[in-house]
Write a protein that binds this ligand. Sequence first.
Ligand code: RRO
Length: 307
Amino acid sequence: MNWDLDFCISLDSPIMNASGVMDTSWDELKQLAVSNTGAVVMKTCTLEPREGNPKPRYGRFACGSIQAMGLPNLGYKSYLEFAEKLKKLGKPVVASVFGFNTKEYEFLVSRFQDSSVDAIEVNLSCPNADVGIPAYNLELMDEILGAISDLGEKPIGLKLPPYLTLNDVDRMARVIERHSVSYLTLINSYPTGLVIGDDERPIIVPRNGFGGLSGDCIKPIALANVAMFRKKLRDVYIIGVGGISSGKDVLDFFLVGADAVQIGTALKDEGISALQRIEKEFLTVLGDRRVSDIKGKALNMKYGQRI
Ligand code: RRO
């Protein structure tokens, strides 16, 4: 399939898994490697392995999902090894890293710069780490980006949280453009939601029931963030993520300027076959147009002309 894609690494398809879903263990990653995913995006890793929060830590409700996973992962050394094995299976591989401070980000990014991965997604927006969300702090972002963006040749992507206004996006865009950032992944889960179940208690246990929201309920927020960053940063690629469960959802993200998309909640709901179904639906709604024909069209943007 010739997708006519424009991205900083060569993708098999513009539709890939979102970090955090079906991508923590080797068994899960192996399944992704033989799926329709455009790249294998690995679970966000930390320096040391982590169990994560007590269960139930994930819950589904009518219009989305809520979770406070707490960064469960096998530690960065395992993902360095997995990346090497995954590369042999043929798909592009993306690492995702989270640091509890700037030094940890620097260390993790430099380790993956020396690895088999194709790109490094730097997670600056986990809502479930007790150190807060770095991407809501402009000075800290400048410090972290200064420490990580010139450590090697592999493209750096930033996974960002939702911002509330165009002014907030503008301020963050001014920080980002001071550094070598190849792409943005927009958005991480909406940081703080609360869902009450039939038993009159929060449906997840950790963090007093507060957790990150994903799925249908955040799609308009994700679309707006893609559109706002697209307006502010024309020469950075954007991966859209948040509430994509159909071909029409994928189309919407391209129409507001995304260059690729990621699937989270739908992948969790349906399993690996969601990727193939959504790709097929997207090809139907795309019809005889090319991806480059539709990018940014809803915002009257001309593409192929990055400023
Ligand atoms: O593991 C998590 O709790 C988690 C992460 Br790393 C993230 O980036 N976003 C999220 O909603 N949960």
